[in-house]
Design a protein around this ligand. Structure first.
Ligand code: SF4
Length: 336
């Protein structure tokens, strides 16, 4: 898929004191991207939909001052961010409600400080291994060519005795990572889904086959690999289509001898997310009917609608069976 090129880039003056700042500006200029020297992003369109669309083409280069990392269970011990938001428009995105009306992207350029915070958490937990997720509020692959942050991060973890990195993406631009000294300390996961879900709800992401090609390259480069199958949805033909997904994946990974992890996440939504989704995607075909769902208390202090118990058990059993029958060395890490 083509690289994401923002319509406009804001430069927080703070980044000019970091070596990466100058490089980024040169790169943006070479791409003819208009630059505004301000940390105040102005997006003021007539409708919320226009604000959303414009935000998804706007990037602010700034710094990340987060010193206290939060837990990222069940995926990793902690999460940190090299960027926030992403250029895709997934209709079900769980960030719909957390990133406000204008989810413009931020890319953080104070890598030394970010890595210092990470190191302090690794040190505190010695001699145990500490794992970190860097994709919980962003898609780091989609934005990588604008900063080179992730490459540096993967090399840092490659040299770390007790730190491990995990990331997940729906994008296929993985060539910059193939020759890095990762030492198997970074796990690359790809989010996959059935044809129906990708084609109808994951706008501006890499296609299923582009992602599969990227998986093959990353596996060949020796990285540990995994898949997040999410959000799993029930619709007409869902069983046939998820079967097709795992059949295709099996063929693509023929000859791959390593372990493959799977994380399974059923579709869920909150009341607030539903309101935003129907406003942003007026003709959405997402099934947001509360009557077919049950409420579950979420870790962020909000109720969410998940599938009813019998449906979610059926989903978990069916998908787990498909995985176990297709992959000898599969590990299903969780279903939620
Ligand atoms: S790629 Fe991920 S973060 Fe970006 S819109 Fe889709 S679900 Fe949200």
């Amino acid at each position: 898929m083509k690289l994401f090129i923002p319509d406009i880039a804001y430069i927080d003056p703070k980044i000019l004191k970091y070596p990466a700042g100058e490089k980024v500006i040169e790169y943006l200029e070479s791409l003819n991207i208009p630059i505004v020297n301000s940390k105040k992003v102005v997006i003021d369109c007539e409708t919320p939909e226009e604000n959303y669309a414009m935000a998804k083409k706007t990037v602010l280069f700034t710094t990340n001052g987060q010193k206290k990392l939060v837990s990222c269970r069940p995926s990793a011990d902690y999460q940190f961010s090299l960027s926030s938001s992403c250029p895709a428009n997934c209709e079900y995105c769980y960030l719909q409600t957390t990133q406000g009306e204008k989810p413009f992207m931020k890319i953080f350029l104070n890598m030394d400080e970010i890595l210092e915070v990470i190191q302090s958490y690794i040190d505190k937990n010695m001699p145990n291994i500490t794992s970190f997720e860097c994709a919980s509020i962003t898609d780091p692959i989609a934005l990588e060519h604008l900063s080179g942050n992730l490459k540096r991060c993967i090399e840092y973890f490659g040299e770390s005795s007790n730190g491990r990195l995990r990331l997940v993406t729906k994008f296929d631009d993985v060539d910059p990572f193939l020759k890095l000294k990762h030492n198997k300390h970074t796990k690359f996961r790809f989010t996959l889904n059935s044809r129906y879900v990708i084609n109808n709800f994951e706008h501006n992401t890499s296609s299923f086959y582009e992602r599969i090609e990227a998986v093959k390259k990353i596996a060949c480069a020796g990285y540990p690999i995994g898949f997040i199958i999410a959000p799993i949805m029930i619709y007409d033909n869902w069983k046939e289509e998820y079967k097709e997904l795992f059949d295709t994946l099996k063929i693509a990974l023929q000859g791959y001898k390593g372990e493959i992890s799977f994380e399974l996440i059923q579709h869920r939504f909150t009341k607030a997310a539903k309101e935003l989704i129907v406003q942003r995607f007026k003709n959405t075909a997402l099934n947001l009917n509360e009557e077919n769902r049950q409420l579950k208390w979420g870790p962020y202090g909000k109720f969410k609608y998940v599938y009813k118990k019998l449906d979610s058990e059926d989903m978990n059993n069916y998908i787990s069976k498909l995985i176990n029958s297709n992959f000898n060395r599969a590990i299903i890490e969780y279903f939620t």
